[in-house]
Design a protein around this ligand. Structure first.
Ligand SMILES: O=C(O)CCC(=O)C(=O)O
Ligand SMILES: [Fe+2]
Length: 809
């Protein structure tokens, strides 16, 4: 097998969240694919997509010293190598900590940690380990989301021997540590480094490297090679220009050097700095400043170098900081050069924004969808230097919110740092800014689509909805227009769920990555999306205009978690919709409330392949739909409004929420009637937090009981009040001497208590509101509220907890 450049020690994730990350060495076959090599080639070598290879976290001994896992915390557990597989790291939870040696309490070294692995079946025994087998959970950074360049540098003959010394090794690892993750690999001893790989034409020996994670890394490396020449050759090269040495370079700034540059020191090129390291002198700097450039690159398409991004290295980098979802240029802010991380970095970047726009503990997402967050181990300036381009836009996302892609003008495209179909980057093109609709290319491979379609074919069922609760009649809920008489009359397609399997998992993972979705662990989280739904529309079938987010009608779940940021609950934030067939006529996804703007960039998606005359269209509609029904009027609108035409491999993504979490009523959309052929698609509804049903009830459940005060002599009604002014539900009636009303509910739900006459059912204007209770766990998970003529009071609490009743009008 032909070895490509070595991407350094890596972690390989073979399977969904919670499964082990196996330690491997990744060889790049190309910029799109990795091969793994195991230590010493003991285990089988295999090929994997870059998306499943990540850089392991960099933990210094000090980091590990500080690491003090607590009960209930998530950690990673080291699994030892076996004959079949190399060592690995698995997600686990600390269940119990037992100190074996109390004297050692300080260092925690005597503690035993009882941990249970995420992948373990229920009831499987805990593993008991010492701290050295644990490390903090880490999302690592997928190689797929990093810039990868391949570069070849000419190496001057004088340096050939030096390249194989420990000194050179030290230099390279220093670069790696400093510009993390820049050029990985262990210098020349490893495949991909040093002269072994052939060499550039005319020069004899070349240095082939994989530059992972840094747009500027090619320049860093070129600069370093010159420095190495200085340091390694010292006096021998004094007075020689860099071009004479065989390295041409245009960099203006090189600030440091390290290594056994004793000769260089003697030659006055490299004095020691205060820390015992070595710094290049002004004289050396000037020399470097004047040399010409030419790092020969065999660059991958779309690499930062090709895109013309180049900057002085390791100089400052400026980014444009904007609030989540914001438009415009934002403020230019310098990413600190010093190793700044966490809260300090956040403050440096977004301190200028008003509180509401940054909130507490914000995280950052770049325009190209790279998430920088504490739980990903990359909220530090080195990681930002490595991943961001000069003046790239960086969005500040408050904790508890999700990143929302900035819209910009229709037709504007952004190439994300997300590796999509066959390794090509996923590209977003704005189609509309309100609602926020984007076209997506390169989302999923043809083979994956074929697999999804083949698996779905035997499973198709007419698309149905669950029982419509009484309260939800006539309103749109979760993409379904509830209508008791004909529950599914507004959605005539067929669908089948694809929960697992390579194709579904790839689509789900990529969709979350493309959206820059942040999770509790920083890694992939199943709970942030519904299953993937494969949908088929035959000729004449359609899906009436609707909203995909859940309306706030459910007393058992808070779909409006955007209000107080600390509230449990969630809703659908975005829909990813992938077309898997070319549909000859009809089948568009229409957004009737959006503005249709045709631009160079958006024309292809928004216009038909072969436009037909009005008469032809009318005939096709008549043939497919007959003369009447909602489908007919919809089909007409579909050729006038913003509507995306289904083309195999294209996808769209649109948001059901604004950047601040409010639902977006403009996101109304529908699946236009198919007029000719069939339309196959895959649909993923993405949530802003774990979706309803996936969060343990105990996490956010509240038990409220309403009772009448003793001798109150009145009857009362308890009514749940949905947000957004919708009609509420009566949840119970309190009668003197009767039982109380018990409700299981969730944070921030509101209940009005009304005085009712005993004989009436309680409807009508004559009711007097006695008080309103807003559910909040701050007052405990189990609460009893006592109702009297004077109001509603928490038993054993204070009346302050209720909103005083206003006189009813
Ligand atoms: O079929 C379409 O184009 C849209 C489908 C849709 O809106 C949905 O499945 O939620
Ligand atoms: Fe929808």
């Amino acid at each position: 097998m032909d070895d490509g450049p070595f991407a350094g020690p890596s972690d390989l994730g073979r399977s969904p969240a919670g499964r082990p990350w196996e330690s491997c060495g990744a060889l790049l076959e190309s910029c799109e694919k990795a091969q793994e090599i195991w230590q010493g080639d003991v285990w089988k070598r295999q090929k994997f997509p870059l998306a499943s290879v990540r850089k392991p976290p960099k933990l210094s001994p000090a980091d590990l010293e500080k690491f003090n896992p607590q009960k209930g915390e998530q950690v990673e557990l080291r699994e030892l190598a076996t004959e079949q597989s190399p060592s690995a790291w698995t997600t686990a939870t600390v269940k119990k900590i037992q100190g074996a040696a109390p004297a050692d309490e300080e260092s925690k070294s005597g503690n035993f940690y009882f941990v249970s692995c995420a992948k373990a079946a229920a009831g499987e025994p805990n593993v008991i380990v010492e701290k050295d087998k644990l490390r903090p959970p880490s999302a690592g950074i997928s190689l797929a989301s990093m810039t990868i360049e391949q570069a070849t540098f000419d190496i001057m003959p004088e340096l050939h021997d030096w390249m194989n010394t420990a000194d050179a090794s030290g230099c390279f690892s220093h670069i790696e540590a400093r510009d993390r993750p820049t050029c990985s690999g262990e210098c020349s001893q490893q495949a991909g480094w040093g002269g072994a790989s052939g060499g550039a034409p005319g020069s004899g020996v070349g240095l082939d490297v994989a530059l992972v994670g840094a747009g500027q890394s090619a320049q860093v490396l070129a600069a370093t090679v010159v420095q190495l020449a200085r340091a390694g050759l010292g006096a021998a090269t004094q007075g020689t220009s860099a071009s004479q040495l065989g390295v041409d370079l245009e960099l203006a700034e090189v600030g440091w050097a390290r290594g056994d540059g004793q000769v260089g020191e003697e030659g006055g090129w490299i004095p020691k700095d205060e820390n015992g390291g070595r710094k290049i002198t002004k004289e050396g700097q000037r020399e470097l400043d004047t040399v010409a450039v030419q790092a020969q690159k065999a660059g991958c398409p779309g690499s930062a170098a090709e895109a013309g991004v180049s900057r002085a290295v390791p100089g400052p980098i400026q980014v444009r900081v904007l609030p989540n979802g914001g438009a415009g240029d934002g403020r230019l802010v310098e990413v600190p050069e010093a190793p700044t991380a966490g809260a300090a970095l956040a403050a440096a970047l977004c301190g200028h924004l008003p509180w509401a726009e940054r909130g507490e503990e914000p995280f950052f997402v770049s325009e190209r969808a790279v998430v920088f967050a504490p739980n990903r181990g990359n909220l530090d300036s080195a990681a930002m230097h490595a991943a961001l381009q000069e003046e790239e836009r960086l969005f500040v996302v408050p904790r508890h919110r999700q990143f929302v892609h900035p819209a910009g003008e229709p037709g504007r495209s952004v190439q994300l740092q997300v590796s999509g179909a066959d390794g090509a980057p996923v590209v977003l093109t704005t189609l509309s800014s309100s609602p926020r609709v984007f076209h997506v290319s390169n989302l999923l491979e043809g083979e994956h689509m074929d697999r999804l379609m083949a698996d779905a074919r035997p499973k198709f069922k007419r698309s149905t909805v669950g029982e419509a609760p009484e309260a939800a009649k006539g309103i749109h809920v979760g993409g379904e227009l509830f209508d008791k008489a004909a529950k599914t009359s507004t959605r005539t397609s067929e669908n089948a769920w694809a929960m697992t399997g390579d194709a579904a998992m790839t689509m789900k993972r990529r969709s979350l990555e493309m959206l820059g979705i942040q999770t509790e662990t920083g890694g992939y989280d199943e709970r942030l999306a519904d299953g993937l739904q494969v949908v088929r529309y035959l000729q004449g079938q359609a899906y009436h205009d609707h909203l995909d987010h859940m309306q706030d009608f459910d007393p058992l779940w808070n779909y409006n978690a955007w209000r107080p940021p600390d509230v449990n609950g969630s809703n659908r934030i975005a829909t990813v919709f992938l077309y898997m067939t070319d549909t000859p006529l009809g089948g568009q996804t229409v957004f009737p409330l959006a503005q249709r703007v045709l631009t160079e960039g958006s024309r292809r998606m928004l216009t038909d392949n072969a436009s037909r005359s009005g008469d032809e269209l009318a005939r096709a509609m008549e043939a497919a739909l007959g003369g009447s029904g909602w489908e007919v009027s919809m089909a007409r609108r579909c050729f006038e409004k913003l509507a995306v035409f289904p083309r195999r491999g294209d996808a769209i993504v649109f948001y059901s929420q604004h950047a601040d979490g409010r639902v977006d009523q403009q996101s109304l959309h529908g699946g236009c009637p198919v007029l000719e052929g069939e339309k196959w698609a895959a649909n993923l509804w993405v949530w802003n937090a774990p979706r309803k049903g996936t969060v343990a009830a105990s996490n956010n459940e509240l038990h409220l009981t309403f009772t009448l005060a003793r001798g109150a002599g009145l009857a009362a009604l308890v009514r749940w009040v949905p947000a957004d002014g919708q009609q509420g539900n009566q949840v119970g009636k309190l009668q003197p001497g009767g039982p109380g009303v018990a409700v299981k509910t969730f944070e921030s739900h509101r209940f009005d208590v009304f005085k009712a006459s005993e004989d009436k059912d309680g409807e009508g204007d004559a009711l007097r509101r006695l008080g309103t209770v807003v559910a909040s766990t701050r007052r405990g998970r189990v609460q009893t509220w006592v109702v009297s003529d004077g109001g509603v009071e928490l038993q054993g609490g204070s009346a302050e907890a209720t909103v005083p009743a206003k006189p009813e009008l």
